[in-house]
Design a protein around this ligand. Structure first.
Ligand code: SF4
Length: 736
């Protein structure tokens, strides 16, 4: 760790000393007072004298703990960042921050951070200088050319621009973008049916949200804070919005629903078709926006036949249709449990048809508009790239691969053969803050700065009504001198390939600063002073971007039947690898604050567990706390059983995030990783990994263990902490 933490030295080191010193106090923009009269949000370019011992200063930046790119304020006191909060001017999160954003500070000060570049020789890692690491890379990259690849998580902003330029300089287009939790199928359907892959979804404008497994308060669309702010409006407006959630296992969003309905995995598309049938036949909804083939398909799927095929009662389907027909502004959503089957595209399309029939397009689904800076827009991750990457590596089409923001060795199912494929890659370079399963296979490990000590720009993978570019600035001096941010690594690689063009930038900050100077003048708050405009942007934390109107239009596509897969007598249960706000896809499993945060439904902490319906458990002779064996054709895991009625009887749900074999002192060896036993089945239209299509069998072992959870009892033990309302009364109130 560097010896002293001195803001002036830091600014000089970053090439900012002179500019910062030249600013007078009255020039400092102050936009928000967080502790009245004492704490202001300012540009980082401030004289050191402004820092008063014991008084915090808040700096605006952007959260990178997921791809949502929420605006943040970081409280810095005596050169140390202490606390993260949401930036009120960011339209994405409006001053709020989720638990993962709050825990960013813990990742920054984490004791397991990688502090030096390392090269693996004869199986052992050796510390080297950056020059040595870059020389090793240059030697291989020069020979590999178009066989160089980047494997990343979702990426946007100027980091994405430089990454694209790096691949372009080498004549390669091998950018694989992987996110376990993604909305790739929803986006494909939205693009095909509405002409916009990411329209604005207005929960706040809806009277009824009909969500088929879209955990929008948790892990869906990487925007839990954005949707939570909309949801608060939805619930508190004069006519309180109503939420119906249909899913195989209760999610955080499902736990908040007025009406929660368990669905047989893979049946949601058929249920949507039966609803559409009822809307057309009983409520005479207009079908002119639908193709003849789609109307014919809907007519084939009447309520009685779908009830028989799905196990959902005809009465429930009819009640749902009546409710949807009665409400003015309905929004139908489809989440991971719908996308993640071989019929995912057809099922999501059937749910989108409900939006068309109910007149939601243009009301609760609005055009996102055309973002003017396409290069900066998010390239959102999917699971298909995980498979495409593995195939390319197996076929020896990749000689050098750079990994950043993704841990494919952890998240790839065993059946994909990721580890064997990586042995085919000549040089694997991992840019990471922490050692993990992927760095364990890397030949070169480059230590990454935390996002709280780095520069960047970000465009969220889902934008709010007002589009923005999020500014990321260092909130303090680097903790470890020998770490670099992704931008600086990319710039160094570009200098190797194109010195004449990129040699002029001393570092990534210089590049970004130049990029801002060259932005259109309309984006500068002070046209007379580029410097003043830059300071204002840093103090504000976001650049508002005007989009051009791009109205949505419904395409008359021909819907395919979302058939349910046949029962499997040998492997009778469906495995649901559930995502979870907190550990997310496993990337935050090394943060104790997030391990300590109880699962929102089961309340379990620091562990893995399998959720089963009590009736299913009874048939199998399983009790809560029994260690059970969950076997697919691809492997098995053993873990504790937790019995919950909020799981469909055909389902066994195992939360993802645990089961790391290489992820530091807090995560390694804890729990199991359900992703490892998934089948490599794919969604039939998009090629996405069908993550919810794996069948398993479950058996009891002779072992038991204590399930550690917050709140040891599921009842109030007669203490009346929370006033309960009978279901019948709720139904009367809501008109269900
Ligand atoms: S939603 Fe994502 S970007 Fe926003 S605060 Fe949470 S982790 Fe950070």
């Amino acid at each position: 760790m560097s010896g002293t933490i001195n803001r002036r030295s830091f600014l000089k080191m970053m090439g900012w000393g002179g500019a910062g010193a030249a600013l007078s106090g009255c020039d400092l923009p102050t936009t928000v007072t967080l502790e009245e009269g004492k704490e202001d949000v300012v540009s980082y370019l401030m004289p050191e004298e402004y820092v008063i011992p014991g008084v915090g200063v808040w700096y605006a930046s952007t959260c990178t703990q997921c791809a949502a790119a929420c605006g943040t304020h970081g409280r810095v006191r005596e050169g140390r960042v202490l606390k993260m909060e949401g930036n009120p001017v960011s339209p994405l999160n409006k001053g709020k921050l989720c638990m993962m954003g709050q825990a960013g500070v813990q990742g920054h000060y984490h004791p397991d951070r990688i502090t030096e570049p390392q090269i693996r020789k004869n199986g052992s890692l050796t510390r080297v200088s950056w020059d040595q690491a870059f020389a090793t890379i240059q030697e291989k990259v020069g020979a590999a050319g178009e066989k160089v690849a980047w494997f990343t998580g979702s990426i946007s902003g100027h980091q994405k621009v430089l990454l694209d330029n790096h691949l372009g300089a080498l004549g390669s287009n091998n950018h694989f973008v992987h996110e376990v939790l993604n909305t790739a199928v929803w986006q494909a359907v939205s693009k095909d049916m509405l002409g916009d892959a990411s329209p604005n979804l207005r929960i706040d404008k809806s009277d009824l949200v009909l969500s088929f497994g879209a955990d929008f308060l948790g892990t869906w669309m990487s925007s839990p804070v954005h949707f939570a702010t909309q949801y608060a409006k939805f619930r508190t407006k004069k006519e309180r919005g109503m939420l119906v959630q249909i899913e195989p296992k209760m999610t955080l969003t499902g736990g908040s629903a007025d009406w929660w309905l368990p669905s047989k995995p893979g049946s949601e598309g058929l249920i949507a078709l039966a609803l559409a049938n009822e809307l057309i036949t009983t409520y005479s909804k207009d079908t002119t926006a639908l193709s003849d083939e789609t109307v014919a398909l809907i007519k084939q799927n009447d309520v009685a036949s779908v009830a028989k095929a799905t196990g959902m009662s005809a009465e429930q389907i009819k009640k749902l249709a009546a409710l949807a027909a009665r409400k003015k502004n309905v929004l139908a959503l489809a989440g991971a449990p719908v996308e993640g089957h071989t019929n995912g595209y057809a099922a999501v399309s059937a749910i989108m048809v409900l939006n068309v029939l109910l007149g939601s397009v243009g009301k609760t689904i609005e055009s996102g508009g055309a973002f003017p800076f396409a290069q900066l827009q998010a390239r959102s991750g999917n699971s298909g790239d995980l498979l495409r990457f593995t195939e390319a590596a197996k076929a020896s089409k990749l000689d050098v691969v750079f990994f950043h923001g993704s841990n494919p060795v952890y998240s790839a199912p065993n059946s994909v053969g990721m580890e064997a494929a990586l042995k085919n890659v000549g040089l694997k370079v991992a840019i990471s803050q922490f050692n993990n399963e992927t760095t364990a296979m890397a030949d070169v490990i480059l230590p990454e700065s935390s996002y709280l000590e780095d520069w960047g720009t970000h465009v969220g993978s889902h934008q709010a009504e007002q589009n923005v570019i999020g500014m990321q600035q260092p909130l303090m001096e680097k903790l470890y001198e020998n770490t670099k941010g992704l931008g600086d690594v990319l710039l160094a690689l570009l200098k190797q390939a194109k010195q004449a063009e990129y040699g002029q930038y001393a570092d990534y900050y210089a590049y970004l600063r130049h990029a801002f100077s060259s932005m259109p003048a309309s984006y500068k708050s002070d046209p007379a002073s580029d410097e003043h405009s830059w300071n204002n942007v840093l103090a504000n934390g976001v650049i508002n971007v005007e989009t051009t109107d791009q109205p949505l239009s419904v395409a008359k596509v021909a819907l395919s039947a979302p058939a349910i897969s046949a029962d499997d007598s040998q492997y009778p249960l469906h495995l649901v690898p559930s995502g979870r706000l907190g550990l997310w896809d496993g990337r935050h499993a090394n943060l104790p604050w997030l391990q300590e945060a109880p699962d929102q439904i089961s309340k379990v902490v620091w562990d893995s567990w399998a959720e089963l319906h009590p009736n299913t458990a009874k048939k199998l002779g399983i009790k809560s706390g029994n260690i059970i064996k969950v076997q697919s054709k691809q492997g098995e895991v053993k873990l504790k059983a937790v019995l919950l009625k909020s799981t469909h009887p055909d389902v066994i749900a195992i939360p993802m995030g645990q089961g790391h074999t290489e992820y530091g002192r807090y995560a390694t060896g804890l729990g199991v990783n359900p992703l490892k036993i998934l089948a490599t089945e794919t969604e039939s239209k998009t090629g996405e990994l069908a993550m919810y299509a794996t069948r398993v069998k479950v058996s009891k072992t002779n072992d038991d263990d204590v399930v550690v959870k917050m709140g040891s009892s599921d009842t109030q033990m007669g203490r009346k902490f929370v006033v309960t309302v009978p279901v019948a009364q709720v139904r009367r109130t809501e008109g269900v």
